[in-house]
Design a protein around this ligand. Structure first.
Ligand code: FES
Length: 137
């Protein structure tokens, strides 16, 4: 029993299918990639009391800094490898893992981190007495 050898016509017909299949697979993979990328961006809101009397607050994934009547919110995730920053030394925010330091504007004072802390959207709702901070989940 021997397998029949495909004719030249059959061979080119199969090759033509592969010719169309490759770009279609490439387009489909790009569509899936884009869907995954947009699906990962999820936001949630953290509410903190408006008045606490503290100039700097560490609230889980948020660092909140009061400057006069304004507030600056930063992600507490260190931009080096993501350790959570939860303490200060003097006027500097200090990462517990490898010692990066950031100023009150989130800028790097000392590495190994190279990028500033991520600034978070922060809105005061004086009627409700809260600050609403948008964090990425
Ligand atoms: S994770 Fe913060 S310095 Fe490395």
């Amino acid at each position: 029993m021997s397998a029949e050898k495909p004719s030249r016509r059959q061979f080119f017909k199969k090759a033509l299918h592969l010719f169309w299949l490759a770009p279609a697979a490439w387009l489909l993979s790009g569509l899936v990639r884009r869907t995954e990328e947009t699906g990962e961006i999820r936001e949630r809101t953290v509410e903190l009391p408006l008045e606490s009397g503290e100039a700097v607050r560490f609230a889980e994934e948020v660092i909140l800094i009061r400057v006069g009547n304004d507030y600056r919110a930063f992600s507490a995730a260190c931009t080096h490898m993501g350790c959570r920053i939860q303490r200060m030394e003097g006027e500097e925010l200090v990462c517990p893992c490898h010692g990066s330091r950031f100023n009150m504007s989130g800028e790097v004072l000392r590495g190994p981190a190279e990028r500033p802390l991520a600034r978070l959207r922060c809105e005061a709702d004086e009627r409700a007495g809260v600050l609403r901070i948008t964090v990425r989940a």
